[in-house]
Design a protein around this ligand. Structure first.
Ligand code: UT7
Length: 327
């Protein structure tokens, strides 16, 4: 299959404040040993009180633009995957558009939880294929610590904040997105959601007392679905690319849990050395996880030009996505 669009610049940003496992031991009944053994996380970055999701997007976007050699005025579309935007409306992408000075760009958000960045990348691929859009900035950014229940040890140890960005344009024919696959299963939504604050449970004192505006997760069930859906999605994208796992130089999986990452790599038959891991330093940054990993891998030389990369994600909804890209 011929690539339709390619990534010409990437960037990421994480807040400077670091929350370690030792810090968490003082907040809830947990231990560094439990967190490291069960999740692989050592520390995560937490946004400052006056820092918005759009602020993180702007910093990651500026870095991606700088690497692409473009200016914000060259962009004709900004797509942001987030479920923790600045406001209920307008879209966070609107504030990123004005913050970057992307005066020629349309702007919209996608709500697909952890899959938000890859959903956005696949949408950008299609818009570029239509011939109507030339340069699209896709960002995944999340301030999940803003909807974390800091009294719930089952979830509060898992998440971190950050943003990752990619500038996408038409392929030069040799590099780019070779195939992609998106999936969803709304029947399982309640296993991972924040049910308060919308029309189903409008804002009220009672809703807040019940903590419905915060994230709720049935961890074990989510874990099992995540491994299965990520493997299935990866195999579907590989099959559409007429490739096998042996053709992959680097697997960049969603960084939700080291055991999910290892199980996914193992089931796909991709050796550990070819699996990118940074969950130890960032925790689960939801939609920012994949673009942060892509940018970090590019900047530290692990993801080199010419490599074929398989990236796969799973998140609330449930949603899942996989993309095969030649860099
Ligand atoms: O981003 C995409 C969506 N999210 C995910 O993919 C996350 C998927 N789920 C997971 O990563 C794991 O299920 C967790 C890390 C959330 C939990 O790990 P687990 O091995 O599935 O633990 P568990 O929920 O089965 O709990 C085992 C025990 C329980 O104690 P009891 O009932 O056996 O006495 C928990 O209360 O571990 C306890 N526990 C903790 N202990 C210390 C749960 N959280 C903690 C904690 N510290 N932070």
């Amino acid at each position: 299959m011929k690539p339709r669009s390619m990534i010409i610049g990437t960037g990421h940003y994480v807040p400077s404040r670091i929350l370690t496992n030792a810090d968490l031991e003082k907040i809830v009944d947990t231990s560094n040993d439990w967190i490291v053994e069960r999740t692989g996380i050592h520390e995560r970055h937490i946004k400052a009180d006056d820092e918005n999701t759009s602020d993180m997007c702007i910093k990651a976007g500026e870095r991606a633009l700088q690497q692409s050699g473009l200016t914000a005025k060259d962009l004709d579309m900004i797509i942001i995957g987030t479920v923790t935007g600045d406001m209920r409306f307008p879209a966070t992408a609107i504030f990123v558009q004005s913050g970057l000075g992307a005066v020629n760009a349309a702007a919209l958000d996608i709500s697909a939880a952890c899959s938000g960045f890859l959903y956005g990348l696949v949408l950008a691929d299609g818009l570029i294929a239509s011939g109507k859009y030339r340069y699209i900035l896709v960002i995944g950014s999340e301030s999940l610590t803003n909807m974390t229940n800091w009294e719930d040890r089952n979830t509060c140890v898992l998440f971190g904040d950050g943003a990752g960005a990619a500038v996408v344009t038409a392929s030069d024919g040799t590099r780019g997105i070779i195939s992609s696959y998106l999936g969803a299963d709304g029947t399982l939504a309640k296993l991972l959601w924040a049910p308060g604050g919308g029309t189903a449970n409008p804002i009220s004192h009672e809703m807040i007392d019940k903590k419905l505006h915060l994230l709720h997760m049935a961890g074990k069930e989510v874990f099992l679905h995540a491994v299965k859906a990520m493997c299935d999605a990866a195999l579907k994208a590989l099959s559409l690319a007429e490739m096998s796992p042996d053709d992959i130089d680097l697997l960049i999986p969603h960084q939700a849990n080291i055991r999910i990452i290892e199980a996914t790599g193992k089931r796909l038959g991709i050796p550990k050395e070819k699996v990118y891991v940074n969950i130890d330093r960032f925790g689960n940054t939801s939609s920012a996880s994949v673009p942060i990993a892509i940018d970090e891998a590019r900047r530290n030389g692990i993801l080199k030009p010419g490599m074929t990369c398989l990236t796969v994600v799973f998140g609330g909804g449930f949603t899942w996505a996989s993309v095969v890209i030649k860099f």
